[in-house]
Ligand binder design. Structure first.
Ligand SMILES: C[S@@+](CC[C@H](N)C(=O)[O-])C[C@H]1O[C@@H](n2cnc3c(N)ncnc32)[C@H](O)[C@@H]1O
Length: 273
């Protein structure tokens, strides 16, 4: 899909306003994403500072940022998105949650992250969540990642939740084992190749802290087991998907390591030395 069509897609979805449906068809995975981001902040830590500042790239309607602000009271967060309605919704979500004073949301395109005067020169935390995959060529994705790394302060934490081909391929292979066809990537997304991505992140001098397939059990149920007994239909509202989400959240809360590598969303955590 052309970049203009991708933007039109998000302008259309932004009509869902402050609801989760503005950014995903899978409300359950949003809970797992927020949990994964928040746990990574706690687990890997931020550099010592009295004014810890975070940045969400392509923040959508701000649900991640606001959730992190509620869980980490010592943090303030800036977010930007190229869809004006998303930014307006993000401000509304923040005000509604009582964290408007610790957040700022701007209109901006991640391809120009180096030239956005509203942003701070450097951040202690930067995160993406299904953002980079909306750029339709690797060179654009690579340049956005470079710009993001440049906005990170020394000692800063970078969390990248994106869709990666390696785990997506494994998931599709498992579908084949159950006699189901491969799923295809939405036309407005370009999933990342793990090796190419990692090679670029290393070239930026970022140190890998960890990788987490937080959505594995969720996706096993959503994309493998439920369709296998349901004529192939992916049922986002199936009660077992909700239970898988609940079990994943509880398992991580109890220090369990996860449920394999079959989730299409993967979190990479990096530190800038
Ligand atoms: C899947 S949504 C995710 C939003 C948010 N990160 C979340 O997880 O809730 C993708 C978002 O990326 C935004 N986006 C896509 N391309 C962008 C670009 N080039 N610059 C800024 N935002 C972009 C879209 O408008 C949309 O809000």
């Amino acid at each position: 899909m052309e970049l203009g069509e991708i933007k039109a897609h998000w302008q259309n979805w932004a009509k869902a306003g402050t609801g989760i449906a503005a950014t995903t068809k899978t409300p359950t995975v949003k809970a797992l994403e927020i949990d994964a981001l928040s746990r990574a902040v706690s687990r890997f830590g931020l550099p010592p500072a009295s004014d810890l500042r975070g940045l969400e790239v392509a923040c959508g309607n701000g649900i991640n940022s606001v959730s992190l602000l509620k869980r980490h009271p010592n943090l303030s967060i800036d977010g930007f998105d190229y869809v004006e309605d998303m930014v307006a919704s993000a401000r509304a979500v923040a005000e509604e949650a009582g964290v408007g004073g610790r957040s700022r949301f701007f209109v901006g395109d991640m391809r120009q992250i180096g030239e956005m005067p509203e942003l701070d020169g450097g951040y202690h935390l930067i995160f993406t969540d299904r953002a980079i995959i909306n750029l339709n060529e690797w060179p654009l994705q690579r340049d956005a990642l470079t710009g993001i790394a440049q906005r990170l302060l020394p000692g800063g934490l970078l969390l990248v939740i994106e869709n990666f081909n390696a785990v997506y391929d494994q998931q599709n292979e498992a579908r084949n084992w159950l006699g189901m066809p491969r799923r295809t990537v939405a036309e407005f997304n370009l999933f990342l190749d793990d090796d190419i991505f990692m090679s670029h992140m290393r070239s930026l001098g970022l140190a890998l802290l960890g990788v987490e397939d937080f959505g594995s059990l969720h996706d096993i149920v959503l994309y493998l087991l439920v369709p296998a007994i349901n004529g192939g239909v992916v049922d986002y509202a199936h009660p077992l998907v909700e239970k898988a989400t609940e079990l994943s959240l509880a398992a991580y809360a109890h220090g369990h390591g996860g449920f394999g590598q079959l989730g299409q969303n993967r979190l990479y955590a990096f530190r800038k030395p």
